[in-house]
Structures are given as C-alpha cells and as structure tokens.
Design a protein around this ligand. Structure first.
Ligand code: SAH
Length: 247
C-alpha cells in the first residue's frame, strides 16, 4: 500500500477542530509531535497491521481528535496517573500523554507487537512519561502494582461495556474515574452495564456526547466514578468477563 502522508493542511484542520470542539489550543510543538507519530504509525503499519485507519484525513479525526475528546471529561491530565486499557497503537492514551508531559501514562495491551511499536516511537520522539505494560487487563487488575493505582482509566474499542467495567474499574483508585469511549449505542450499553458498575465499586457520573466533524453518528464518553473499593473477587480470571459478563 502506498504511504499516504498526513499533510500540513490536515494538522491545521485538527487545530481548528480542537479549538472549536474542545476549546483546546494546540501548540506547533504538539502538532509536530502528532505528525511525527502519525508518520511512524503509517510506516510501521505496512509491516505490523497496527490500525485499519490509513486515510490521512481519517487518522486526524478518528485517531487524534477522537483521543483528544477525553478533555471533555477533564480540563487537564497534568499530574495524574492514567492507564489506557487495550491501547492498541496508542489511542487514546498516547495522544493524551503527548499533550500532557506531567501525566504519567501506562499503556496496557495484550498484544506485544503494538507495544513494541509504541516504545520505539516514544524513544524516537523523546517521550518520557509513558510506560508500556504487556498484560491482560484481568491479570493487571489483580496485581498490586496496578490494582487501584490510577486516577484515570481510559478505553476505546476494547470490549462490550459489562466486560469493560471488569477490566477497568479494578484499576481505578477510589476517587478516580473510568472514561469509556463508546459509539452510537452508548446509552443502551451503559444501561446494560449498570449492575456491573455497582458490583465493581463504580457509579455512573456522566455521559458526554461528542460530535466529530464529518461523522454521521455521535460518540460518547461514559464517565464512571470509582466510589468504593472493588471487591477482592474481581476481576475474575482472564476470559471470564467476556464469556460470562456481570449482568
Ligand atoms: N484502543 C485502540 C485499540 C483498539 S483494538 C484504539 O481505539 O484504536 C482493541 C485492543 O484491545 C487490541 O489491541 C487488543 O489486544 C486489546 N485487548 C482486548 N482485550 C484485552 C484485554 N483483556 N486485556 C488487554 N488488552 C486487551
């Protein structure tokens, strides 16, 4: 596949959309870092199959702008410990880490090749606030190093809501938040996960609607407060949250 480059015009469009949609002023440095990362993503994607989105305009909107919509949940991530569950090629977690150098970001995925890509990209771009963890979320959620250690837990396109709650809520500190990025059926999905949220120590705080430019359907941030400690029996062993979701 030929290597389409994401042009200056696409990044200028990102700056305008970030301003109007999120009130976010992206600096030249931010855009340059995003552009370098996008170039590496497209380059490595030819060998590694990191993302299905390869059209430059779509990369800017569906990967970068969509990741930035997390700012609808909080004006700044500076000083926070964030974990992005099922980060894939780094969306949304790496974009947030690039924008907030004082955000300590852990990018977790069960597929090691995507993490190797992220590590390579971070080394080349001089990004020092990111660490990659190769694990299943269900295993990380039982480990002392990760359980209830994070202020913010993010996830996009990883699992149905009830299973996703079992992946993410155990990782959030009491007082922290899970932000699940969902598609057009968010309201039904969240209703379906209501019991799981309560059982895992969470409480639905807010559903934020986001309309990305040029896309027919809105997207949603399901923002869930971690109000109580997660009972010790959760998460259950790897595979169970999807096979036998808490309903
Ligand atoms: N968040 C990225 C990638 C989505 S693809 C994006 O939106 O572009 C889903 C990713 O979740 C895959 O990389 C897969 O390896 C990971 N994943 C799925 N289930 C997981 C689990 N139980 N633990 C850790 N990672 C998981």
């Amino acid at each position: 596949m030929p290597l389409a480059d994401v042009s200056q015009a696409h990044w200028r469009a990102l700056r305008l959309h970030a301003r109007s949609l999120l009130g976010l002023e992206l600096a030249d440095d931010d855009l340059q870092r995003f552009a370098s990362f996008a170039r590496m993503l497209l380059d490595w994607n030819q060998r590694l199959n990191l993302t299905g989105i390869t059209d430059p305009a779509e990369i800017v909107i569906k990967h970068f702008l969509d990741s930035l919509t997390l700012m609808r949940a909080g004006a700044s991530f500076e000083g926070l410990r964030l974990i992005d569950v099922g980060t894939g090629a780094g969306f949304p977690g790496l974009v947030i880490a690039m924008l907030f150098p004082g955000c300590e970001a852990t990018l977790l995925d069960a597929t090691v090749k995507k993490l190797r890509f992220i590590e390579g990209a971070c080394a080349e771009l001089g990004i020092h606030n990111v660490r990659c963890v190769h694990a299943r979320a269900e295993d990380a959620g039982r480990q002392r190093a990760h359980r209830e250690r994070y202020d913010i837990v993010t996830a996009r396109a990883v699992a149905p809501m009830p299973a996703l709650m079992e992946y993410t809520l155990p990782l959030a500190k009491p007082g922290g938040q899970v932000i699940a990025m969902r598609g057009k059926d968010a309201h039904e999905e969240i209703a379906e996960a209501a019991r799981a949220i309560t059982m895992l120590g969470g409480e639905l705080f807010q559903i934020e609607e986001v309309q990305l430019p040029g896309l027919a359907n809105p997207r949603y941030l399901a923002i869930i407060d971690k109000s109580k400690a997660t009972p010790r029996r959760y998460p259950r062993k790897a595979g169970l949250p999807t096979r036998e979701p808490l309903l």
